[in-house]
Design a protein around this ligand. Structure first.
Ligand SMILES: Nc1ncnc2c1ncn2[C@@H]1O[C@H](COP(=O)(O)OP(=O)(O)OP(=O)(O)O)[C@@H](O)[C@H]1O
Length: 374
């Protein structure tokens, strides 16, 4: 009898019970100067990027930046118009080469999971194992279900499973043929936010156990930070920056990259005597010569408001309680636009309007070039 989703163990329980996957077929996947054009539209521009064996690489970028197109090219569903693609160092697509999708050993998992509704969970998982005899395929598929903690759901149908369970079945199905690289397009976007956390950490653990190379597309910076060994930030078909979460957060390549990882106040600054000076006073050191114009990004958490202290005077013009923090908008003399601050809730008394504004140097990022140059 099929197990009902109510009697099945939770994702957290199953994370403990799962059998571990001794799969190790990871390969590197490299884009070398890949460009893609459809008619007169340039969708990808000279992308060079490599996912190393066993690495989880997140492709992060706004809607329409070209992330899905990169996955489609990697899978062989689409052929790039310039550049080369290498799998384990071997060219699989280039000016004179094109290996068809079924020979690449690259797995694909899309956001809607795409389970076949009329097939049992077991049949869904063994669907990709056409090369194996029936008994071997069944035991491989059962092992894959055990890996995601859903052995007892084998004879159930997809609609009886929760969103998180369906996602784990889709992951089992994608991993069963032991792809050398697994490509995942927004795999958690259909899950509600509480379930997302559990399923994401389960997925990461399963990918680690399988030693799989994975490229995961997301438009959510926090998701990329949680999952990726490295993050590749894409904008308008170009690679903006690639690095660890800490590198992208602390040393963003430009204002766009900085704004993708935190909400910002943006100020104009000028270098005077080796210091960047803004309407909030000196905010950072600078190697640039006196008189250079710079752009200063200040994370909202770095704008401190106090009743009294050293700093410039400001007036709170709007305030919103967000639970852990208060989001406050503060007008400052000499600045056309008010600035925003996120501070621990209640630190600034509710009736306080006039405040002293100072900054936390850790939350200041200086861009030496003017935004127009970017
Ligand atoms: N076959 C096509 N013909 C014309 N334009 C296309 C084609 N495929 C993609 N595009 C365009 O290329 C751009 C990149 O699309 P892509 O789906 O790769 O972006 P994305 O970053 O994955 O976006 P999303 O997060 O919204 O899925 C978009 O502007 C899209 O409209």
């Amino acid at each position: 009898m099929p197990a009902s989703s109510a009697t099945r163990s939770t994702a957290t329980d199953t994370a403990r019970q799962r059998t571990s996957a001794g799969v190790s077929f990871a390969a590197s996947l490299a884009f070398e100067h890949v460009g893609h054009r459809v008619g007169s539209t340039e969708i990808l521009k000279d992308i060079s990027l490599s996912a190393e064996p066993g690495e989880v690489l997140c492709l992060l970028g706004p809607s329409g930046s070209g992330k899905t197109t990169m996955l489609r090219i990697a899978a062989g569903i689409e052929r790039q118009t310039s550049g080369r693609l290498l799998l384990g160092g071997r060219e699989i697509a280039g000016p004179d080469t094109f290996m068809p999708p079924e020979r690449r050993g690259v797995g694909l998992m899309f956001q809607d999971f795409a389970l076949f509704p009329h097939m049992t969970i077991l049949d869904n998982v063994r669907f990709g194992l056409t090369a194996l005899k029936s008994a071997a395929a069944k035991s491989e598929a059962m092992a894959a279900l055990a890996r995601v903690g859903l052995e007892d759901a084998a004879s159930s149908y997809p609609h009886t499973l929760s969103g998180g369970e369906q996602q784990r079945v889709a992951l089992a199905r994608a991993l069963t043929p032991r792809p050398s690289v697994l490509l995942m397009d927004e795999p958690f976007s259909g899950l509600d936010s509480r379930l997302k956390d559990v399923v994401r950490s389960d997925t990461l653990q399963i990918l680690r156990e399988a030693h799989a190379t994975a490229i995961i597309v997301t438009h959510d910076a926090e998701e990329a930070m949680r999952l990726g060994d490295r993050i590749a930030l894409i904008k308008d078909g170009s690679l903006v920056q690639v690095g660890t979460a800490a590198e992208l957060y602390s040393r963003p390549a430009d204002l766009f990259a900085a704004g993708f990882f935190s909400e910002l106040n943006v100020l104009e600054g000028e270098v005077r005597g080796g210091r960047v000076v803004t309407a909030l006073g000196p905010v950072a050191d600078s190697p640039s010569s006196d008189g250079s114009r710079v752009t200063v990004a200040l994370r909202l958490s770095g704008l401190r408001l106090a009743e009294r202290d050293a700093g410039v005077s400001g007036r709170i013009v709007a305030r919103r309680f967000l639970g852990v923090v208060d989001l406050m908008t503060v007008a400052i003399e000499g600045l056309d636009q008010p600035l925003r601050s996120r501070m621990r809730a209640g630190v600034v008394p509710e009736n306080q309007r006039d405040v002293v504004v100072s900054i936390d140097p850790q939350d200041v990022i200086v861009f030496e070039k003017a935004p127009a140059d970017r």
